[in-house]
Design a binder for this molecule. Structure first.
Ligand SMILES: C[S@@+](CC[C@H](N)C(=O)[O-])C[C@H]1O[C@@H](n2cnc3c(N)ncnc32)[C@H](O)[C@@H]1O
Length: 323
């Protein structure tokens, strides 16, 4: 018989639908370095990035995660009461699953354990999410996807709707902006049925926003894709700035500037980055106020049923029905 500690560490089998292959992502990484632009999803792929992200999620300095959890903990009991018809939670861009776990625990508390569909682009994060919900979800299934691909989104929604009953789709941790707040709600809406719900959150921009990025744990995360290919702090500098992004949105942008000539190894290819060259990186979208976040979703054909805010008023969570 297995020892107690072996039993504790035993993981249940976790089935994943692979819509996006590792080989395609490796190719995207090479082409991103070639084009001198690192998109959002590549910040969650290499082991250095995954580890840095998990540390960031657990860090008290990272206001985004702590405020997202604060608002979720506030809202979850009411959501579980009001949405007792929900049978499946589908976390789009679920990361390591800590936010979805709050919902699964609360819904399960009343005996209504939900099926869980963990959807993300990162295989290691999907595995961590499956571990998080072990014993809390009725069943769990992974979907490895690129959310920008219409076919992948349709297949993921289809997987969630293949369980009996209504689905709660979540996009949490200020992730809606990364998935294109002007497009994702509309793309999701066309697949949703009347009984399904959409739970999303967002950070309100303030003069303190930029300061929230300037801590060692966050810098380690921002360096992740560079560290992963051997670029270190001796090779250049990473800078953050903010800029209005139109329609009530603000962007926190970041870029790397090489301070010496670099030769980067990317699998079987080598790439030169000259001193002074810039690598632009995906930005994090914030909202000018609560209305800007709400209206982005309402404009896509949703009716907001309720919203909640963090104690400092700078983080909003909202639940919407197809309207
Ligand atoms: C800001 S994190 C939030 C994670 C999680 N929702 C949370 O709050 O902890 C964004 C997540 O979206 C995923 N992601 C980024 N781009 C993606 C894409 N194109 N397709 C699917 N997932 C993506 C990342 O892997 C990451 O887990």
């Amino acid at each position: 018989m297995a020892s107690k500690s072996a039993q504790d560490s035993a993981k249940l089998p976790f089935y994943t639908i692979v819509l996006l292959r590792e080989q395609e992502i490796a190719e995207q990484l090479r082409s991103a370095f070639q084009q001198r632009y690192l998109p959002e999803h590549l910040f969650y792929w290499l082991p250095s990035s995954v580890q840095a992200w998990v540390e960031l999620c657990r860090s008290t300095e990272y206001k985004n995660a702590s405020r997202a959890l604060e608002v979720l903990n506030l809202a979850a009991p009411e959501l579980a009461r009001r949405l007792s018809h929900i049978r499946t939670l589908c976390g789009l861009g679920c990361g390591e699953g800590s936010k979805d776990r709050v919902l699964l625990e609360q819904f399960g508390d009343g005996g209504n354990r939900l099926n869980y569909v963990a959807a993300d682009f990162s295989q290691p994060l999907l595995e961590l999410a499956a571990d998080q919900v072990n014993g809390i979800a009725h069943s769990s299934l992974g979907c490895k996807l690129d959310i920008f691909d219409d076919g992948h989104l349709a297949a993921t929604v289809g997987a969630a709707e293949s369980f009996d009953g209504a689905v709660l789709f979540s996009v949490l941790g200020n992730t809606l902006g990364a998935f294109d707040v002007k497009k994702l709600p509309r793309r999701l809406r066309i697949h949703m049925r009347n009984q399904d719900r959409f739970l999303f959150d967002g950070e309100i921009f303030s003069e303190r926003t930029l300061g929230g990025y300037d801590n060692p744990t966050n810098r380690r995360f921002a360096w992740g894709p560079l560290t992963g290919v051997g670029i270190t702090e001796e090779d250049g500098k990473l800078e953050f700035s903010t800029a209005p992004a139109g329609d009530g949105l603000f962007a926190v942008t970041k870029h790397f500037t090489a301070t010496r000539d670099l030769r980067v190894n990317l699998g079987n290819r080598t790439m030169e980055i000259c001193v002074g060259e810039k690598l632009r990186m995906s930005s994090s979208i914030k909202y000018v106020n609560r209305e800007a976040l709400r209206s982005a979703v309402e404009d896509a054909g949703f009716r907001i049923e309720s919203d909640w805010q963090s104690r400092d008023g700078n983080f909003i969570l909202a639940c919407a029905a197809p309207g």
